[in-house]
Design a protein around this ligand. Structure first.
Ligand SMILES: [Zn+2]
Length: 334
């Protein structure tokens, strides 16, 4: 494609442009819009979107995209990169997950022109960005006070999506074939293989999550032919597919003392954490229901009975996955 048109701006091959896709203004009539940077190589190739912050408080992807856009390797790409660091501009500016009317943008795709603000935002993003692309990566973090081990979520039934999920290069892949109004589902309906990268915690930057994220995106760009392979790249890590996952909840309200952390292997019945009163007098053990790896956990040690404490993924051989996570972490040590 010689000319790419996004929100009325024409971008020729070899050009790099910053565009704002207009959405609704703020209450005081201040204009607001989705900031986009388009990087076009001289040669034809795939068109990849990288989106972040569909959930307004999941800001780590902003750091990943900033690093990516300043990466020297972007000078030599084939095809087009469309980087969108903040999709939910309303939530980002108020530091909340949702839109001002409390709708979750990532449950409103593909959206509609005349629907709620979330519907309109989803619609314009589909029209101006996703529909122009051949591939996509959507960046997320855990919820507020909850951190996630860097992981890929993708629909493994699709061969190309599976190939890209493995190319990204994180040890843990969660197969998720969901029908939930997410961007990933809407992109899939357009036939666009899309990965979801989950890492870190809401309202925080996480160095390891950012480094692994940038490296993963570059790996995918190599896999789809946008970049030539990097001879200096660290050896790719083996990817393991989670069979399923489960949440471990607080058996009683109180203060948690964690014994296990992100990336740790846990075996059935093993102690994960202890919940106590402020004096440590009464004690409630939290144990694992089955073998697995801790892929998400609460960073806030205060719990009401029933609150989610750990997210554990189960694997064919969880011990082996833990070994790879350890090796992988060393590759990205500061
Ligand atoms: Zn999210």
């Amino acid at each position: 494609m010689d000319i790419l048109d996004i929100a009325g701006t024409h971008i020729a091959r070899g050009e790099r442009r910053r565009i704002t896709i207009n959405v609704a203004p703020l209450y005081d009539f201040t204009p607001s819009g989705i900031p986009v940077e388009v990087v076009r190589g001289k040669e034809d190739g795939p068109t990849l979107f990288i989106s972040s912050t569909l959930h307004g408080d999941e800001i780590n992807g902003v750091d990943i995209i900033r690093r990516l856009l300043n990466h020297k390797r972007l000078k030599g790409i084939n095809g087009t990169l469309i980087a969108v660091p903040i999709v939910n501009v309303f939530g980002f500016n108020t530091k909340i997950r949702y839109l001002p009317d409390r709708r979750d943008l990532n449950r409103c795709f593909p959206g509609s022109k005349d629907g709620s603000l979330a519907d309109q935002l989803a619609h314009v993003f589909m029209e101006e960005v996703v529909s122009r692309c051949t591939h996509g990566i959507d960046l997320h973090t855990g919820a507020i006070h909850r951190s996630n081990l860097p992981q890929i979520r993708a629909c493994m039934d699709d061969a190309e999506t599976r190939r890209l999920a493995e190319a990204f290069g994180v040890p843990v892949i969660m197969n998720s074939d969901i029908r939930d109004g997410s961007l990933r589902e809407a992109a899939r309906a357009y036939g666009i293989p899309t990965l979801l990268y989950e890492a870190g915690e809401a309202l925080r930057f996480d160095e390891k999550a950012s480094r692994i994220g940038v490296r993963g995106i570059l790996n995918v760009m190599e896999a789809i032919g946008m970049l030539a392979p990097d001879p200096k790249a660290p050896e790719k890590t083996t990817a393991f597919y989670a069979r399923s996952s489960y949440w471990v909840r607080a058996p009683y309200s109180g203060i948690m003392h964690a014994k296990k952390h992100l990336g740790d292997h846990v075996s059935k019945g093993q102690l994960l954490a202890v919940i106590t009163d402020p004096f440590g007098q009464h004690r409630y053990d939290i144990t694992a229901k089955s073998d697995g790896i801790v892929i998400g956990m609460s960073m806030l040690p205060l719990f009401n009975q029933g609150d989610a404490v750990f997210h554990i993924a189960t694997f064919k051989d969880a011990k082996l996955v833990e070994t790879h996570i350890d090796g992988h972490a060393e590759t990205f040590v500061l």
